[in-house]
Design a binder for this molecule. Structure first.
Ligand SMILES: Nc1ncnc2c1ncn2[C@@H]1O[C@H](COP(=O)(O)OP(=O)(O)O)[C@@H](O)[C@H]1O
Ligand SMILES: [Mg+2]
Length: 392
């Protein structure tokens, strides 16, 4: 008979998968001393009850922004003072109302109840500030807030109106272009000081992976070359530490499933395909319908052309924008969907490119004037599979 004891005692490589999860905050953050010091310098006056500047932090996903701010918050809390630093995940609390309610209900539990007007919540904030306390709201993924101009304005106003305490914002965003889209007034209030988190390089990623492998895996089961490969793949791709850690975790799970006693390059390679599928799958699933159809058009054209040319290398196939639009129209007809105008179609292409699902190259002025060449960014068979599955 099988027993838990036997199963648990069987060679397991991963001893703690939690430490490889994106939510885990390691004791020591590597290669981010300068960034952490900068945030601390900006916020330090608050410990002495002095005013601080609003801070805006941006950088791509997985550059350690959330981890660093959580670290700073932990350190900040060690100093008893009149300032409260409070963390709000704007992916969940995505409006002025929700953000302010979330930030203030820790101090005023009565706000837990719904139904208060924004004015009431605002007065609670003023009450807090007028009692001599200060509040620093850390707004992670701040670009998700739908009425951000109102939120920034409200907090700035509270700061101006308060007789003693201060209200400040630390805004964090993954979207590099986001700042440019802000209203001028919002931008100048929010970005009084700012800092960029640059992507990690291969060496830095290697150190980050190693640190987690040491506590998450049994000693000496992950080969050095596997760590190097995971770091190199990630650095080449986007430098996202989360991706690197997920790769090594999946590689470990694959090795366990195979009953291996070590994790090598081969498992990392396999994990990569697996993780990419997971990520692309999520992206494709969340596309609006017509973007799916445009993407499907590119994928189908790619396969058709590869078949004609007996090519296995789909990467060389690219299509004129008009050609793809024609295919899109055909697909819409066969699916009984209303065809969207060429103007919309160009928007869809742009969105798909931003997501890395296609690439667009502008050709110089040719016979037919300015034209755009479209190429699929991922294995077309997989794309088709995912789209037909999600459109069922
Ligand atoms: N400098 C670092 N040292 C150790 N782990 C890191 C570092 N930067 C990021 N990580 C880890 O990588 C993952 C993603 O980091 P996160 O802070 O969530 O990135 P971001 O908020 O920029 O998207 C987390 O698991 C985090 O602990
Ligand atoms: Mg984050």
């Amino acid at each position: 008979m099988p027993s838990f004891e036997e199963i648990l005692s069987k060679e397991r490589l991963i001893i703690n998968s939690d430490v490889l999860s994106p939510h885990y905050l390691p004791e020591k953050l590597l290669h981010r001393d300068k960034e952490i010091e900068f945030i601390m310098k900006v916020t330090a006056p608050a410990i002495k009850n002095q005013a601080i500047n609003n801070l805006f932090i941006y950088g791509k996903t997985g550059t350690g922004k959330t981890a660093c701010i959580r670290y700073v918050m932990k350190e900040f809390e060690k100093y008893k003072n009149n300032s409260i630093m409070t963390y709000v995940n704007c992916k969940i609390y995505n409006s002025r109302y929700k953000v302010m309610q979330k930030a203030l209900k820790e101090i005023f539990p009565e706000l837990e109840k719904l139904g208060f007007g924004i004015q009431f919540i605002y007065e609670k904030l003023l009450e807090l500030l007028n009692s001599g306390k200060s509040m620093i709201m850390v707004l992670d993924e701040i670009d998700m807030v739908t009425d951000l101009d109102d939120l920034v304005y409200t907090i700035t106003r509270a700061n101006d109106e308060s007789k003693s305490g201060h209200a400040n914002i630390i805004g964090i965003s993954n979207k590099l272009s986001f700042k440019e889209r802000l209203d001028q007034r919002t931008k100048s209030s929010l970005c009084e000081v700012e800092t960029v988190f640059y992507s990690y390089n291969a060496q830095q990623l290697k150190d980050i992976i190693k640190q987690r492998v040491e506590i998450g895996f049994k000693p000496n089961v992950v080969e050095e070359s596997a760590i190097n490969l995971a770091a190199a793949i990630t650095a080449n791709d986007n430098g996202d530490a989360r991706y690197a850690l997920t790769l090594i975790l999946r590689a470990g799970q694959i090795a366990e499933q195979k009953g291996l006693t070590y994790v090598s390059d081969k498992e990392v390679e396999e994990a990569r395909r697996f993780v990419d599928n997971e990520i692309i799958g999520e992206v494709v699933k969340s596309l609006p319908e017509h973007q799916k159809i445009v993407l499907l058009a590119v994928a189908q054209l790619t396969i058709e052309k590869s078949k004609q040319q007996r090519l296995t290398n789909y990467e060389d196939n690219c299509f004129l924008s008009g050609e793809v639009y024609e295919k899109y129209c055909k697909l819409c007809k066969s699916m009984n969907k209303q065809i969207r105008s060429a103007r919309w179609y160009r928007e869809y292409l742009h969105d798909l490119e931003m997501l890395g699902l296609i690439t667009i190259t502008e050709t110089g002025k040719g016979m037919r004037g300015h034209s755009r060449l479209i190429r699929i960014g991922y294995i077309p068979e997989r794309i088709i599979e995912m789209i037909t599955w999600t459109m069922k």
